[in-house]
Ligand binder design. Sequence first.
Ligand SMILES: NC(=O)c1ccc[n+]([C@@H]2O[C@H](COP(=O)([O-])OP(=O)(O)OC[C@H]3O[C@@H](n4cnc5c(N)ncnc54)[C@H](OP(=O)(O)O)[C@@H]3O)[C@@H](O)[C@H]2O)c1
Length: 331
Amino acid sequence: MNKFQTFRVYQEGTEVVSRLESLGLDDLSSGDILIKTAYSSVNYKDALAATGKGKIIRNFPCIAGIDMSGHVVESNDDHIKEGDAVIVTGYDLGVAHDGGYSEYVRVPAEWVVALPNKMSLYDAMALGTAGFTVALCIQRLEENKQTPELGPFVVTGATGGVGTFAVDILSSLGYEVVAVSGKTESHSFLKDIGAKEVLDRNDIKLDGTPLEKGQWGGAIDNVGGDILSWLTRTVKPWGNIASVGLAGGNHLNTTVMPFILRGVSLIGITSSGCPTQYRQQLWERLATDLAPKHLDRIVTNKVTLDQLPSVFDNMLNGLTIGRTVVEINAD
Ligand SMILES: NC(=O)c1ccc[n+]([C@@H]2O[C@H](COP(=O)([O-])OP(=O)(O)OC[C@H]3O[C@@H](n4cnc5c(N)ncnc54)[C@H](OP(=O)(O)O)[C@@H]3O)[C@@H](O)[C@H]2O)c1
């Protein structure tokens, strides 16, 4: 096979640099399944990895991209056949194993999820890790008895990839969604995709007593830091907080009071480490009862591999809205 295009990240001295590079199949990380990539996507973690602003990549050089969808072209596994449409997200993809920003990806068979019947390869990457993470949050919240009746449900970092899907999907499930965003110009967009109310992140009082008035039935938090501390103080008895992200910081100052006096639960979410046996079920839910209603509005940007660098800095500066799909061998 001729060489093909990849977007690869190098460590050069103390610098992390990334660039387009033509590679051959022999250059790719090993695995049982070779997939021709149709689409990938851009997540916050991809932006941290490709710019070196986060210590994400563990094996240099590494093709970036923590998500991909495509068709199997070679398989050494009895359950996965040539021609199958598949999704790969998380595990070590784009972190310690060559990732989805490449025309071909080779991975272990256990990383491969079959594309659900009602989902296209494009939709799979419009959702990507962001959508999958929201499905995982909802599953964990439901297992811990979260219901719309517990009260208004907060989504922080609401205009981001995870945030927009959380707003859309939770509102369809009957939750009264309160979106927290730093973008005043996006309030009407957030209401269009399902938010009942939008709070300006800059209006939130970030210092408070260990227990303030309980206001929220629960929350999905993409921001961490002081906003997550505020959530622990203001979620009502028996509510759950799914801790997803650190866009605002990785610290957490709180006390045991919300946990021992209100029975509040802090649920850790790790999509890359999600056990294999849950993944197919969560993707099936994203094609059925958790399918977002506003996918077209949530995808705000489509790029090719050579356009990737234009996305990363805006994302890390909190300026992007919704999702960016990477078109590689588009349908
Ligand atoms: N645990 C997991 O499995 C998992 C999976 C996926 C993502 N994540 C993490 O979840 C977070 C969101 O990921 P994403 O892909 O949705 O990223 P994204 O699209 O860049 O969204 C992040 C959003 O957070 C808000 N934000 C940005 N900078 C902020 C700051 N300094 N202070 C407060 N809010 C800020 C912005 O929303 P507003 O302007 O609307 O406030 C921004 O749109 C990231 O930290 C990511 O690493 C974790």
